[in-house]
Design a protein around this ligand. Structure first.
Ligand code: MN3
Length: 212
């Protein structure tokens, strides 16, 4: 059985940029529902419970056809949310990281190399997040040769299925921001930038393989 990982900080830790009520519903209801529905799908082929979720999504074409779409949607929903909570954190943590850039040399140099500057990365990431039509996610990913790029996925699709390594992600489903920001997606994206946990992003960048 897959289980809902606990939120790695308090429900109110992302205030004022992500409000407590949104975080609570997002984790305890939305994220939890993906876990429940993934388990329900795998109940039809219990042998697949032994595969970790990462492997299921990487080798999605090996998942039996009658549950493949459920694993893609609900398994993706679990993986993406679990990952999302790790790449953000309290604004104070973010603030301490960006005021001492010497600690994040490796991820910043990779961003400089592939995007020109941190500002240029931020602009491109924001533009991609604004233009994501409907529900989905915008990611910073690393490919097999270590090059960074920004990709956008619909619904709960996860870039690991395309052989990419996620480093950072923003959830652009309305449930991620509607209570506080309503239709003001741009404000939500600006707020997200104040919560990025760059140390964690750098860890993902340096890791040989990602597992969940
Ligand atoms: Mn969500």
């Amino acid at each position: 059985m897959h289980e809902l990982p606990p939120l790695p900080y308090d429900y109110n830790a992302l205030e004022p940029y992500m409000d407590e009520q949104t975080v609570r519903i997002h984790h305890d209801k939305h994220h939890a529902t993906y876990v429940a529905n993934l388990n329900k799908a795998l109940d039809k082929h219990p042998g697949f419970f032994k595969n970790d979720l990462h492997k299921l999504l990487v080798d999605l074409n090996k998942v039996p056809e009658d549950i493949r779409n459920d694993v893609r949607n609900h398994g993706g929903g679990v993986w993406n949310h679990t990952f999302f909570w790790t790449v953000i954190g309290p604004a104070s943590v973010h603030e301490a990281q960006v005021t001492d850039e010497s600690k994040l040399i490796k991820i910043y140099s990779a961003i400089m190399k592939d995007f020109g500057s941190l500002d240029s990365f931020n602009e491109k990431f924001k533009a991609a997040a604004l233009s994501r039509f409907g529900s989905g996610w915008v990611w910073l990913v690393k490919d097999s040769v270590g090059k960074l790029s920004i990709v956008s996925t619909a619904n709960q699709d996860c870039p690991v299925t395309d052989g990419l390594t996620p480093l950072l992600v923003i959830d652009l489903w309305e449930h991620a921001y509607y209570l506080k920001y309503q239709n003001r997606r741009a404000e939500f994206i600006d707020a997200f930038f104040k919560l990025i946990n760059w140390e964690q992003v750098e860890k993902y960048f340096l890791a040989e393989e990602l597992h969940q």
